[in-house]
Write a protein that binds this ligand. Structure first.
Ligand code: HEM
Length: 149
């Protein structure tokens, strides 16, 4: 698919589903959800995921990786995943990080590019720096499940 076509479909795909809550909300628990709250809870995480998809769509370093992906699924699972990683009240219904990324031969530069996209996405969502750092630390912990050296 031509880069521009995918970018257009990413953009419209992201815009069209903006109002659909993808988080499978569970009853509140007593767990410490301070990071989830600091990220702006459901709305904040949805905004971060939207921004993240847009950052990826314009990042020549990794854009091709997503050429065959279902953007709507990616968006939904990413929201659930961010919610879960930040101890929010969601159930992640996607595949494990190892299963999803295995065989893609993702290298460290690509991993760093995705992290940069996430930083940019959070900046644009107005996420407080302390919350950004807490989330990035948790995402960095997933590195061994995603890259292949
Ligand atoms: C901390 C870093 C990362 C996290 C948290 C993450 C998370 C996810 C999640 C939640 C999904 C959706 C899973 C599903 O559909 O069941 C996904 C899919 C995907 N990820 Fe990642 N990912 C990360 C890094 C990367 C990197 C570095 C690349 C490559 C540059 C990448 C490429 C992909 C692709 C291509 C898909 C879609 C697969 C498909 O369409 O079947 N991811 N990722």
């Amino acid at each position: 698919m031509a880069a521009n076509t995918l970018r257009t479909s990413l953009f419209f795909g992201a815009a069209l589903v903006l109002s659909l809550g993808a988080c499978a909300t569970q009853p509140a628990t007593d767990a410490d959800d301070s990071l989830y709250q600091a990220l702006g809870a459901e709305q904040g995480i949805e905004q971060i995921a939207e921004n993240f998809i847009m950052e990826i769509a314009y990042d020549e370093r990794i854009f091709d990786r997503f050429a065959d992906s279902n953007v709507q699924r990616f968006r939904e699972k990413m929201i659930e995943h961010l919610c879960m990683v930040s101890d929010g009240p969601c159930e992640y219904t996607g595949d494990s990080m190892v299963l999803v990324h295995r065989g893609m031969d993702i290298n460290s530069a690509e991993f760093n590019a995705v992290v940069e996209n996430m930083m940019e996405a959070m900046d644009k969502a107005g996420t407080p720096l302390s919350a950004q750092n807490r989330l990035l630390e948790r995402l960095a912990g997933l590195r061994p499940e995603i890259i292949e050296i």
